[in-house]
Write a new protein. Sequence first.
Length: 377
Amino acid sequence: MNIHEYQAKEFFRNAGLDVPEGKACFSVEEATATAEQYGMPVMVKAQVLTGGRGKAGGVKFCDSMDKVKESAEAILGMDIKSHTVNKVLVTPAVDIEEEYYVGMLVDRASRRVLLMASSEGGVEIEQVAKDNPDAIIKQVIDPRYGLLDHEAMTVSMKLTADVKKARQLAASMQKLYTAFIEVDASLAEINPFIFTPDGIGKAIDAKVNIDDNAMFRHSDFEALRDLEEENPAEAAARKADLSFVKLDGNVGCLVNGAGLAMATMDLVQYYGGMPANFLDIGGSSNPDKVVSALEIILQDENVEVILFNIFGGITRCDDVAKGIIEATNRLDIKVPVVVRLTGTNEEEARVLLQGTDLVPAETMDEVVQKALELASN
Ligand code: GDP
Ligand code: MN
């Protein structure tokens, strides 16, 4: 789960990082009243669950109340990469002398949390990562000991020769690690971590992704979810207890098991197609679940064909076939539906599919190829 800057900053403050105060405001009046309270200058910052707000004009430095009003008016309602801004963060502006990048993520290669830091922080960090990867210093963190003093200091001394600044950077990295572990993050970033002209380090931007698989440990985090920003299909899937990710292609995929779902998507791409989604319907033949899954997939206007790929283990294929037949009967489906069922009772399942509009397939290659043929027609 992705959370907003103002929410992530609260976590960072709790971990002891120096973060300017701030308030999320939902209207121009609220923004101006908040700015009045802080005094000039302030930043007015779009709160949307996407990056690059600065470049899109969603981050404004304001040295007068007129500028605050003008900026809040411009930013509220603004579209940033298809996200509509419905709140702005108003926060006292700081003087910036230097901008650093400090981030952490779960690194698959090392199977550890990886610290990444750069003295070239700010809005161009993706470009730095691409053009000059050596400017990003990395340190794998051992979960048994956390980020040790000497590790944090070694990284920091590679970023700056100023020992006072390095000490602040190192301490901030350790606090960021504390926050990362505390909230079960999959990613936590400060970009930029700045130094004021008098050498004070502060986190002035914050990004946190919370590992969805750890949400059960944080019942209070459910309140952080921005329902207005959530993709409606993904929200419906979450309610139906389906694991679903919306993608940009035209082949709607219903698969049992996450691994098979991934393999199916790979094969769709291998044969030149594009999946419309990832969907794991789990090990159930329950028609209600299949109906929910189909409804979610059919909301997507790009979907030109639906592909079922089911492996019957404990779940029997004939049960699944009944579920699919009942579900497709209940819905008015205008696109072709291709079904591959394999495993326990697949013969019985195939008999059930005869006499329906469902297109049967025996192998994974066949079901994908048939789906792609039908999609292009
Ligand atoms: P992002 O573009 O979505 O990453 O938004 P940021 O919060 O990182 O802001 C983008 C840029 O705006 C920063 O890199 C800074 O250069 C500038 N900025 C943000 N906050 C302040 C501030 O308090 N004072 C000043 N002078 N500039 C700021
Ligand atoms: Mn930023």
